[in-house]
Design a protein around this ligand. Sequence first.
Ligand code: MG
Length: 273
Amino acid sequence: MTSEIQENTTETPLLPHPDSQQYAFFFDVDGTLAEIRDEPDAVSIPPEVRQHLQALFTASSGALALISGRPVEQLDQLVAPLILPAAGVHGAEMRDGEGQFHRVTLPAQMAKDVEQTLAAGMEKLPGTLLEVKGMAFALHYRQAMLHQQHVLELAESVVAKHPELVLQPGKCVIEIKPRGKDKGAAIYDFMQQPPFAGRLPVFVGDDLTDEKGFEVVNALNGISVKVGEGSSLAKYRVKHVRDVYQWLETLQRHATLSSSTTHTNTHTKESHS
Ligand SMILES: [Mg+2]
């Protein structure tokens, strides 16, 4: 994957303002809609940002979804009281555009064995944190950078034993997840179903896991946006999470404005290209 990623830190074009009726909106959460914290539990999305998400969700007739490595249950808590379409655990869990829930499961014994192996291995690496997500496992080492290599070796040993599982490196985390599930596949799945189908995708993300999403969005002639530094397949780039907030505010303002224009001034219907 990395060989295809190109530097585009120079000449990044200005972010466009895609029309809420013609585009479908996909957002990663950590590092995109929420500042990254040392503890994954300490992460939050400010109330006004949740309001902007809600406005854009409404203006786009529901074509807005969260695409994250977190389980859907955690995503729901982060955007409460909103209930949004969401792909959790890199698409291994999904609440689709009609509210139906889908989840990949691992054979019970295998999941138990993997968890035991990982727990035993991580116990020897102080400061690391094992997060069990049912069908996936996150090996966090943000608080123990010196163990990075050991964490990677432990994860590799587990994946070598179980061909149904693959590694997914992220920021200070190595994840083990079901093969065939990634953010690109999740976005592609959403794009096949209402209310996403027939639109162009917009995807904003910050991490290695989001590159699969950018790849799919580019192939569908959509708008891919990378948050922060580092090489990326994304066509656009912003520096910080707060730039995403600002863009979101502008988007929802445009969306609200264009819907009120349409409602109050029916004789001058605007055409959006
Ligand atoms: Mg992220």
